[in-house]
Design a protein around this ligand. Structure first.
Ligand SMILES: NC(=O)c1ccc[n+]([C@@H]2O[C@H](COP(=O)([O-])OP(=O)(O)OC[C@H]3O[C@@H](n4cnc5c(N)ncnc54)[C@H](OP(=O)(O)O)[C@@H]3O)[C@@H](O)[C@H]2O)c1
Length: 278
């Protein structure tokens, strides 16, 4: 089953092929119960971020799940406005404390620029943050490191400055918004693409254009869209709080035909045109 499959990162670390997205799941009872439920249903990969403000409840759910820490893959992210070496170390510590864990499986630079200043050139700051992440990786505090929302032109300076390639780039990716050139660059360079907002933050599930195809495979539009990411070798991170959605999104054991994949690949701008979301 896809839910038990793993992608292998360039350093050999295995990462469960579907992650549970947690953006906009409020800290407290909702994040706690939702994460606990997701783990009970079989998710073994949780995607959070310092900026989501819910690391504490997610950490508590992980503890209370009775699963072993090493059986859960935890991702968090360095806030987008932290662009210094010391700042990166400091915020990594805050994340470890909030989650109440001793190491992370994956840590990402959340964005190449602060969300308030999208597009600003922060190359120098990104290199500083990247050096701190390499230190944490070498100190075995993180099993894999990467970036998010980075373009090829943001990634190359990191590699040039440090010789160290990100293992992952987490980008906004869904049917009709696959950032083809960037995805190809990453996949050609053994940088796994994680597909965030695989349902365009819910916008895709009501698009009539998918109904007929979803019916043909006896799945929901959401399942079709998540499977699409998987067949394009990207790691989807669907978010849900509705129990049935949580269950369905892990159940994508069907095969979209080549012809239907070609059709889905040909769609443009089905979901929102906004290029970035936090
Ligand atoms: N790195 C970044 O900058 C970045 C940015 C955005 C997102 N992300 C990550 O990617 C994750 C997912 O992206 P997202 O939060 O934008 O949303 P998404 O997964 O694209 O869509 C979530 C929305 O779809 C609904 N939904 C989920 N499963 C469904 C189903 N089976 N049937 C019908 N509706 C369904 C959810 O409803 P309910 O919740 O009501 O069930 C919710 O409204 C985030 O949570 C986060 O972990 C990262």
């Amino acid at each position: 089953m896809v839910k038990d499959e793993k992608f292998v990162l360039s350093n050999g670390v295995e990462i469960p092929s579907i992650g549970f997205g947690t953006w906009q799941i409020p800290n407290g009872e909702i994040a706690y119960k939702t994460t606990l439920f997701a783990l009970k249903e079989g998710y073994r990969h949780i995607d959070t971020a310092y900026a989501y403000g819910n690391e504490e409840s997610i950490g508590k759910a992980i503890k209370d799940s009775t699963l072993k820490r090493e059986d859960i893959f935890i991702t968090s992210k360095l806030p987008s406005h932290i662009k210094t070496y010391d700042g990166a170390l400091e915020y990594f510590d805050k994340t470890l404390k909030a989650l109440d864990v001793t190491y992370l499986d994956l840590y990402l630079i959340h964005a190449p620029w602060p969300w308030q200043e999208i597009g600003k050139d922060c190359t120098k700051g990104n290199i500083e943050a990247w050096k701190a992440m390499i230190k944490l990786y070498n100190d075995k505090k993180i099993r894999a490191i990467g970036v998010s929302n980075f373009l090829e032109s943001d990634i190359k300076p990191l590699i040039e400055a440090t010789g160290f390639k990100p293992m992952i780039n987490q980008i906004r990716y869904f049917v009709g918004n696959t950032q083809r050139k960037l995805t190809k660059y990453c996949q050609d360079n053994d940088i796994l693409v994680e597909a965030y907002s695989p349902l365009a933050t819910g916008e895709l599930v009501n698009k009539e254009v998918f109904n007929e195809m979803a019916e043909k495979y006896h799945v929901s539009v959401a399942q079709l869209c998540i499977r699409y990411c998987y067949q394009n070798h990207t790691l989807a991170l669907p978010k849900a709080v509705t129990p049935q959605h949580i269950k369905d999104n892990l159940n994508i054991d069907f095969i979209i035909s080549d012809e239907d994949m070609n059709y889905l690949d040909s769609l443009e701008n089905v979901g929102s045109r906004r290029p970035f979301r936090s």
